[in-house]
Design a protein around this ligand. Sequence first.
Ligand code: UD1
Length: 412
Amino acid sequence: MKILVKKSTPLSGEIKACGSKNAALPIMAATLLCGGKCTLTDIPELADTINMKNIMRELGCKISGDCFDSSCVYSTSAPYEWVKKLRGSFLLAAPLLARLGRAQIPLPGGCPIGTRPIDLHLKGFSALGAEVDRYHGVVDLKCKKLKGGKIYLDFPSVGATENLIMAAVLADGETLIENAAAEPEVVDLCEFLQKQGAVIEGVGGNTIRIEGVSSLSGTEHRIIPDRIEAGTYITAFAITHGKGRVKNVRVEHQKPLAAKLTEMGVKVSEDNGDFLIDARGDIYSSNIKTLPYPGFPTDMQAQITSLLSVANGTGMVVETVFENRFLHIGELTRMGAMIRMDGRTSVIEGVKRLTGAKVEAHDLRGGAALALAGLVADGETEISDAWHIARGYENFCEKMQGAGANICIVNE
Ligand code: UD1
C-alpha cells in the first residue's frame, strides 16, 4: 500500500478523532479477566485492533460487534501468526495468567523503534508469584494463584504498568506498583477495571495500590479519544498554516503538544471539548524532549519533527523514551529537511522549502510524519509501506481530505 501526497493548500474545517488504539488494546485484553460479557464502544477499526480480536477469538473469546464474551475462554496459548503483528498482544499475558493460571505468548512484534524488552513485565509477574520461563521465542507464565506484592518499575513503562495492574486485580492481597506509568491510556484501563469491580487507588499517579478481589463482572465502557491521532491532525493544520477544529479530543491530554505549539506561534484554544487551531501566522522553532506522561509524548516526536523542519530557526528534539525512534529522519532528509543527529538528539534547521520525493514509512508515527511533510513539500510525495500508517489511523486519507488535504491511497 502506498500513499500519495501532493502539496496542499492550508487545511481548514474539522477532523474527528477516533477512540484510542492504545487504550483499546489493554481494555480489550482486560475483558478476559471477568469471564462475562463486556460492551466496549469507540474501539477504532484498525489493523492492530482487528488482529487483537483475532488472537482473542483463538483463545475462545466470542466477539460480535461491541460485545466481548470471555465466558468460554479455554486456550492459554496465543498464536504466533497474529501476536508478531502487534506489541499490544503481550497485554494478554496478565489476564490469561490471572484467570487461567497460565499464559504462553510468543515475543510480541510492533514498530521497530528500539529493542523493546519485556523484562519489567516479567520481573513484575515474578514478584506476584508467577513462574516465568522463556523458550523457542515464547514466554511461558504459570501460577496457581497470583499473590499481591511490591513492584518498583525501573522505568514507568506503559505496557508493564498495564499488565501488572491486570495481574494484581485478581491476586490475593495488596499490590503496590511504584514508578508506574500515568498515561491517559493506563487511567482508562483502570477506570474500566474499576467498573468491573476492581479495587485500585492512585489512578493517574505514579504509585498505584491494588487490593485483589475474587472475581470481576461484565460491564460497559467507552474508550477515550485517541490523543496521538488527534495530535497528528492538529499538527497537520499547523504545518499547512491552516485553521480548523479537531473533534473528540480530551483537551487536557493535549497539554504537552498545545504548550509547544503556543511557544511556536500557533494559536490554540478549546471550544466545547473540541481543539481549535489557528496557524495562519509564522511558526518558530522550539526545543522538545519526549518524556513519560505528562511530558511530551514520544508518539508525537516524528510529527513535530516534520513541523520543525519547516519552522523559522533551529530546533532540537531529544528522544528519551525509545533508543531508535529516528527512522523517519533519513526520509525527511530526502525531502530536503536539514536534520543532524547526535545520539538521541536531532537538530533541525528549518528550511523554506521541502520537495516531494519517494520515501518509505518504517513505522507508524514516522509514516504519519512523512504524510505531514508531504502536505507542504513541492510536487508529489509517494510513501511506500504505508500499511504502517493504517495500523494507527482509521481512514487517515479520507479524514485529511475532508480538511482539504491532497492525499490518497494507491493500492499496488
Ligand atoms: C506504549 C505504546 C506506544 C508508546 C509507548 C510510550 C501501546 C500499544 N503502545 O508502548 O505507542 O510509544 O507506550 O508511551 O500502548 N521498557 C523496558 N522494559 C520493559 C518494558 C519497556 O526496558 O519491560 C522500555 C522500552 O524499551 C522503552 C520504554 O521502556 O524504551 C518505554 O516503553 P513502554 O512504555 O513499555 O512502551 P509500550 O508499552 O511498549
